[in-house]
Design a protein around this ligand. Structure first.
Ligand SMILES: [Fe+2]
Ligand SMILES: [Fe+2]
Length: 249
């Protein structure tokens, strides 16, 4: 269905295909204009290998597999994937993009006021998300893994972090909504990540990086809202409706 000339933007629309590109690190060099062949060359992988893996992943999808985190059979595996892939990616991206945004704002900010806003929005997003990741990794994720283990072994259930599971999940969902709004503001401030025609390489790299960050965060939030926290509520035997406010993306 794809070949070396297929635009990456078409491929990453499919969650299964996108995960293959994540594993090959092709997605990190994603740009709306690049083809699969160009992405593979930059990421240092053979395009034939990528095409074979993509075909296999899509065939698994056609044979009825779930595409909502269901390929991670346990909560523990899903948590490991979220932390190892999405939290790690975002932490690295926040650092790199902050340096780049500083550089671009210093060089062009005087004539392009939006660059200061981009820098400020990125700062807000990074600060908010780093604290958010800490809450998930130190409190909520270990609790969900312990809950799953207790259910599997039939032992006593661990004490939930704050009274019940619905309260911390509601807080987390509110923070996801906040991150979503900041990403939306970034998209507006960068005019859909479109640099001006005379933009230099740093400026273009900054906008490409922001676009890739948004794509990764979409997948990340969808896995947490749509799969991990729903599974957690089921394990805790709490009705899903008791944790309202989870965005649907
Ligand atoms: Fe997360
Ligand atoms: Fe989260």
């Amino acid at each position: 269905m794809w070949n070396a000339g297929s635009p990456l933007r078409d491929i990453v629309r499919h969650a299964r295909a996108r995960r293959v590109l994540e594993d090959l690190h092709v997605e990190r060099v994603f740009s709306g204009d690049r083809t699969l062949g160009q992405g593979c060359a930059l990421a240092g992988c053979a395009v034939e290998t990528a095409l074979e893996l993509l075909e296999r992943a899509m065939a698994r999808g056609r044979s009825g597999g779930a595409d909502d985190g269901g390929e991670h059979p346990s909560v523990a595996a899903l948590v490991q994937h979220i932390v190892g892939v999405h939290h790690a990616y975002a932490r690295e991206a926040f650092e790199k993009l902050a340096l780049l945004a500083d550089e671009v704002a210093r060089a062009h900010g005087a004539r392009h006021g939006a660059l200061g806003e981009v820098r400020a929005l990125l700062d807000q997003l990074a600060v908010q998300q780093i604290v958010h990741f800490e809450k998930e990794e130190r409190v909520l994720f270990p609790y969900l893994v312990a809950l799953e283990t207790a259910r599997l072994r039939g032992g006593p259930l661990p004490q939930p972090p704050i009274g019940g599971l619905a309260t911390p999940i509601r807080i987390i969902a509110t923070e996801h909504g906040h991150a979503d709004r900041l990403l939306e503001d970034l998209r507006i401030a960068t005019r859909d990540y479109t640099p001006p025609d005379d933009a230099d390489d740093d400026w273009r790299a900054l906008y490409e990086g922001l676009r890739a960050l948004e794509l990764d965060m979409e997948r990340h939030l969808a896995l947490e809202n749509g799969s991990l926290y729903r599974r957690g509520m089921a394990l805790a035997d709490e009705p899903p409706g008791s944790a309202p406010g989870a965005p649907s993306r």
